[in-house]
Design a binder for this molecule. Structure first.
Ligand SMILES: *Cc1c(COP(=O)(O)O)cnc(C)c1O
Length: 222
């Protein structure tokens, strides 16, 4: 299957209002160009250096999303151009994104990453940690970031019921945060969940953004 065919068949199955983030990490620029020619403009990357290289080489109307673990000392390299950071996992990182946003004279859209999966290695806030960050309120002073929603990953399992359960925890948390902290704005509107193996389940639970890599580009060579 070609990249173009894969993209078109995924887009055909996405309901209105669900955005496809094509996860191009570890894939060459040529693969991104193929997707671009199929009309795809939103790409997700998880390594800063790789993202910067691709940003510099590829068309400037691409919207780049950062989806990997982001170290505070590297925020400055992506701050000038990043469209959305999905993976904010500490207040310190939020502060640094704010500082770099200020330097570039822009407001950087962010999602708070929530850890719900069983695997230990995944980064992110627990739902409780996320709620205490929000209730502390210090984030309200950060004028160069905009919290647009939350991102999460389900466990790696074949058990659809468990995956659905985890996505529905994210969905409820999203609704709770939206009504508690963002009821007077439309800006908190993104629920980023769903990958190649589970995005149809994520859509059932209200995902607004699916991050799909291998179903588009094939297996990654690490
Ligand atoms: C790699 C990655 C994806 C894409 O995974 P696939 O299984 O290849 O679709 C999605 N989200 C995050 C956070 C990732 O790191």
């Amino acid at each position: 299957m070609s990249v173009q065919t894969n993209i078109l068949s995924i887009l055909n199955n996405l309901p209105q209002g669900v955005q496809l983030v094509a996860v191009s990490k570890y894939h060459p620029k040529e693969s991104i160009e193929q997707a671009y020619q199929a009309g795809q403009r939103v790409f997700g990357e998880s390594k800063v250096q790789e993202l910067v290289d691709k940003y510099q080489a590829l068309p400037k109307d691409i919207a780049w999303h950062f989806i990997g673990h982001l170290q505070t000392n590297k925020v400055k390299y992506i701050a000038p151009f990043i469209t959305l950071i999905h993976s904010v996992d500490s207040f310190r990182l939020l502060e640094e994104i704010n500082r770099q946003g200020q330097k570039c004279n822009r407001t950087i859209p962010c999602l708070l990453q929530i850890h719900i999966a069983q695997e230990e290695t995944k980064f992110g806030f627990t739902p409780d940690e996320c709620l205490s960050l929000l209730s502390e309120g210090k984030w309200q002073q950060l004028n160069h970031i905009e919290i647009k929603g939350i991102m999460g990953m389900a466990s790696l399992t074949d058990d659809d019921n468990q995956i659905l359960h985890e996505f529905s925890i994210l969905q409820q948390l999203f609704q709770h945060i939206k009504s508690t902290y963002f009821s007077t704005t439309l800006s908190f509107c993104e629920l980023s969940m769903g990958m190649s193996g589970d995005y149809p389940l994520a859509i059932q639970k209200g995902s607004t953004m699916v991050r799909v890599g291998s179903s588009i580009f094939g297996e990654r060579n690490y």
